[in-house]
Design a protein around this ligand. Structure first.
Ligand code: C2E
Ligand code: CA
Ligand code: CA
Ligand code: CA
Length: 277
């Protein structure tokens, strides 16, 4: 009996060890990937729809990493590790610069959404960095929308508030990502200078079949209308979800139904890029 307990402990600790080594390897590979140009942004369309036709009004930039040994690693796996190690700061700067540079060369001046990590939002230099990148790329600030989560803001509300309002002064838009999954959502909306709410895809996924998800989505759409905020539904995949959203006057949508995240070359006919300098 004792022996099996001992085995459990040994098994557990070697598993932890493996996890730790894996994280260290991933972090070191990621650092090299950044330096060696192995990272790439994919772009997912955000559309306006009337239920029949849709028009792309912006793209969200999503980070992609293919490691030569490990293959393609999803951001859900490596972003948390980059946050733990602090690598997210230079990584996030690379994403912001790359996305702005890309959008600045589109003849069709569509919007561009960029995700910000909680760690980036704690840096007082962030507004200055955003200003510098806008200046350097010549991107119209109105076209840039930074996506933040409630959880990121709640960590240090006073500081995030100051940083976000300095960013807003540049003319940049702010979107509240994954809305409904954090806590104290309503208070956050009231206090922070947010332009748009992104309804989390977990609610959209359950739309039509789950009464609770239906109630939440309706409430968020009504809330955003009452607070004069724009609203977009994320993760729209099916016709049923799309028609529910249309029936409830949510005209802004994003999801596989409207387009996958892909290299911008796949959307060249939409953005109409100028030649590379
Ligand atoms: P997110 O910001 O909520 O991004 C939306 C995620 O949903 C993306 O996953 C996207 O590919 C996926 N998605 C879009 N439409 C659909 C759909 O119809 N169905 C389903 N099932 N999924 C859909 P991805 O690209 O794997 O990114 C996951 C998360 O990683 C993002 O969630 C974001 O939190 C983070 N992330 C990605 N790129 C960056 C980045 O550049 N910086 C930071 N800080 N985080 C990033
Ligand atoms: Ca996002
Ligand atoms: Ca989201
Ligand atoms: Ca998310």
């Amino acid at each position: 009996v004792k022996q099996s307990g001992g085995n459990d402990i040994v098994f557990y600790s070697s598993e932890m060890d493996e996890e730790y080594r894996f994280k260290r390897q991933l972090s070191s590979n990621l650092r090299h990937a950044m330096e060696n140009g192995q990272l790439e942004l994919h772009y997912q369309p955000q559309c306006e729809t009337d239920g029949n036709d849709q028009v792309i009004h912006s793209f969200e930039a999503l980070l992609r990493w293919t490691d030569p040994e490990l293959g393609s690693i999803p951001p859900g796996r490596f972003i948390p590790i980059a946050e733990e190690t602090g690598l997210i700061v230079p990584l996030g700067e690379w994403v912001l610069r790359t996305a702005c540079k890309e959008a600045a060369r589109w003849k069709n001046p569509l919007g561009i959404g960029v995700n910000l990590s909680a760690v980036q939002l704690q840096k007082h230099e962030l507004p200055e960095l955003v200003a510098e990148i806008l200046n350097e790329t010549g991107l119209d600030p109105k076209r840039l929308e930074l996506e933040v989560t409630e959880t990121a803001l709640i960590h240090n509300p006073a500081r995030s508030m100051k940083i976000l309002s300095d960013i807003k002064k540049l003319g940049v838009r702010i979107a509240m990502d994954d809305f409904g999954t954090g806590y104290s959502s309503l208070a956050t909306l009231q206090n922070f200078p947010v332009d748009r709410i992104k309804i989390d895809q977990s609610f959209i996924k359950k739309l039509v079949s789950n009464d609770q998800a239906i109630a939440i989505v309706r409430a968020v759409i009504n809330l955003s209308r009452d607070l004069n905020l724009e609203v977009i539904a994320e993760g729209v995949e099916t016709d049923e979800q799309a028609s529910f959203l249309n029936d409830h006057d949510c005209r802004s949508v994003q999801g596989y139904k409207y387009g996958y995240p892909k290299p911008i070359s796949d959307y060249a006919h939409v953005v109409n890029p100028t030649e590379f300098p």
